[in-house]
Design a protein. Structure first.
Length: 217
């Protein structure tokens, strides 16, 4: 059954040469480079996750991408295998405003998962999402459908571009900032920062943001 917002979100036009061709070239180059250079890290994390509880190495979920199109989103698993089925019982512990659900000390997170979350290493498999074109290196984070259903109309415009691994929200405190400010930062990126120089600056600033772990949970 189609949701009310599906098909009602137009794409933001790609006007510059970078937006039309350069951004995708940066995505493919960056994703391939990241997967190659970090392959030993991938292997080590896969072993750690598997040894902890014997569960799946990856966590896959359906996310909402550009113009509302769904896609299969992949991360290293940081929670117990049945985490999604426990979510409804933890709604009263939600620590962020808006339709997003996050708990800093989520009881579903495993010991290895806590390290992955604090260092954002759980996000590394998204290089594959970038490589196949579902995501981009820099763009608004991809939401789940239940969150989009609670968006106000102006907030849905963040779905007018391809979702990304990092964006202004990631380098501005992440979960430490409110939901409306998060949405405002995404609109600012869409309207004013989809350039090569801005994307490089955001990627470079993501490194110290990840190392500091500020707002990561």
């Amino acid at each position: 059954m189609a949701r009310a917002w599906e098909g009602a979100i137009p794409a933001t036009a790609d006007k510059t040469l970078y937006q039309k061709y350069g951004k995708r070239a940066l995505d493919v180059t960056g994703a391939l480079f990241g997967m190659l250079v970090l392959s030993p890290v991938f292997l080590a994390l896969m072993i750690m996750i598997k040894l902890e509880d014997g569960g799946p190495i990856f966590y896959c979920s359906e996310r909402v991408g550009k113009t509302g199109r769904g896609f299969r989103f992949i991360k290293f698993r940081s929670m117990i295998p049945a985490a999604d089925s426990c979510r409804d019982n933890l709604q009263n512990l939600n620590e962020v405003d808006g339709p997003v659900f996050k708990i800093e000390n989520d009881p579903r997170i495993t010991r290895v998962g806590r390290i992955l979350r604090r260092t954002s290493l759980d996000e590394l498999p998204q290089f594959w999402n970038v490589l196949i074109g579902d995501m981009t290196l820099v763009g608004p984070r991809p939401p789940i459908a239940s969150e989009v259903e609670k968006y106000e109309p102006w907030q849905r415009r963040r779905l007018s571009v391809r979702p990304g691994i990092t964006c202004l929200w990631q380098i501005s405190g992440r979960c430490r900032i409110g939901f409306d400010e998060w949405m405002r930062l995404d609109m600012e990126y869409i309207d004013h920062h989809r350039t090569f120089s801005s994307d490089i600056k955001i990627l470079l600033r993501t490194i110290p943001a990840v190392i500091s772990g500020e707002g990561a949970y």
